[in-house]
Design a protein around this ligand. Structure first.
Ligand code: ATP
Length: 374
């Protein structure tokens, strides 16, 4: 496999081409599909726009591509505004959910198409198409037609076609969503490898949180046309700012209570007579008397014995449990906080839990995260 065809031509990534989105808004009538979105995309990063259906991901991507005209704000490539540049002059590669290949053209001709449109010389076209097909491991299928390829192969042709003209960046809108689970996982790995190898900036749209967590350098979580949080996958997973992010990216239990007192490195909240200790940096410590929400990941809770030293304990009845192969999923119905979901490894836990048994669950004060209830 070679990236020679990519490295041998001047590419946008050799130039300073960070993308900046500045206070971008897009209205349809009174409805804001994008509401004051600002974002800086670093050169060469794999940035994912993640959010539920209708949150504005595609509108943002299409604004970057030039197919949607924003009503306010600006889009800069480096220091230059591209807001009024037509899509073809932005030089961005695009891959969509459908493969959108030309059915009457071979794989080779499909991939060559952007270069032919740009009237590149024959020898350059051949070299770059060969390199692009090599990159997606489809060199041997060059003379086939799209209908003779699997869904995954067709999407790889679409990728090769989007990268063959060494675009400034690659925009991908749910490119894997039409594929079955196994193929999807394979192509996720392949996309990640491709991204590392070619060093292009990828802006990737998905509503699949696992995909976002496993592939991205950084994730931007969107909701109702707004950016609600951005950060690395682990930052977002470990320190979600809001209950929405905590529940959209992974699953969380939410414990609501009132701050009773401050302790070193944290605070105590109470609810229906139960005291919960929660870690927090002093500068983020909520005031005494404040109502707070703690997000607690199911895998950070354990079944606790009566003897061990653990910061927080609750007792309830196991109302459900399921065996998921690597983990048990338990629902413990507690009198104070209702259902608490617990995930624990099956390995090393011996006997499975028993439904309707009383269980004590426990977690350390640093396991939870204080989140805004939004
Ligand atoms: P999905 O994951 O379902 O693709 P999305 O996050 O990409 O959703 P968008 O397609 O950006 O969401 O749409 C954002 C909102 O803007 C939606 O409520 C949608 O109905 C609305 N919208 C998008 N395009 C138009 C349009 N041309 N006219 C009117 N409303 C639109």
């Amino acid at each position: 496999m070679t990236t020679e065809g990519f490295a041998s031509v001047p590419t946008a990534v050799q130039v300073d081409h960070d993308l900046s989105i500045e206070s971008l808004s897009k209205f349809y009538g009174d409805f804001a599909a994008l509401d004051d979105v600002s974002l800086a995309v670093k050169r060469g990063e794999f940035l994912t726009l993640l959010g539920p259906s209708g949150s504005g991901k595609t509108t943002l991507l299409m604004s970057i591509a030039g197919f949607v005209q924003p009503d306010r704000g600006d889009i800069l490539l480096g220091r230059q505004s591209i807001r009024h540049l037509p899509p073809e002059q932005r030089n961005f590669g695009m891959v969509f959910q459908g493969y959108a290949l030309f059915p009457h053209m071979t794989v080779y001709d499909n991939v060559a198409f952007p270069l032919k449109v740009r009237k590149r010389p024959f020898a350059e076209i051949k070299k770059k198409v060969d390199a692009a097909l090599d990159l997606v491991q489809l060199g041997a299928q060059a003379s086939r037609y799209p209908r003779q390829l699997s869904g995954g192969q067709q999407q790889r042709v679409a990728l090769a076609r989007a990268m063959v003209f060494t675009p400034h960046l690659l925009l991908l809108d749910e490119p894997l969503s039409a594929l079955d689970k196994k193929l999807r996982a394979e192509l996720q790995d392949e996309l990640k490898r491709l991204h590392k190898r070619v060093g292009l900036t990828f802006i990737y749209v998905t509503h699949d949180q696992d995909e976002a967590l496993s592939m991205s350098d950084r994730i931007v979580v969107m909701r109702d046309g707004k950016v609600v949080q951005k950060g690395t996958p682990s930052e977002l997973y470990e320190r979600p700012a809001t209950s929405f992010v905590a529940n959209f990216l992974g699953k969380s239990n939410f414990l609501r209570g009132k701050v009773e007192s401050h302790v070193t490195g944290g605070f105590v909240l109470t609810h229906q007579g139960v005291r919960i200790i929660q870690a927090s940096e002093n500068r983020n410590r909520p005031a005494i008397g404040q109502h707070v929400v703690i997000a607690l990941r199911p895998e950070k809770i354990n079944l606790a014995g009566n003897d061990g030293q653990i910061d927080n304990k609750l007792t309830g009845v196991i109302s459900e449990w399921s065996y998921l192969g690597s983990q048990f999923r338990l629902v413990v119905d507690t009198p104070e906080f209702g259902d608490v979901v617990v995930m624990m490894p099956t390995w090393g836990h011996g006997e499975p839990p028993i439904a309707r048994n009383v269980a004590t669950i426990g977690w350390e004060r640093s396991a939870g995260t204080l989140v805004a209830d939004a």
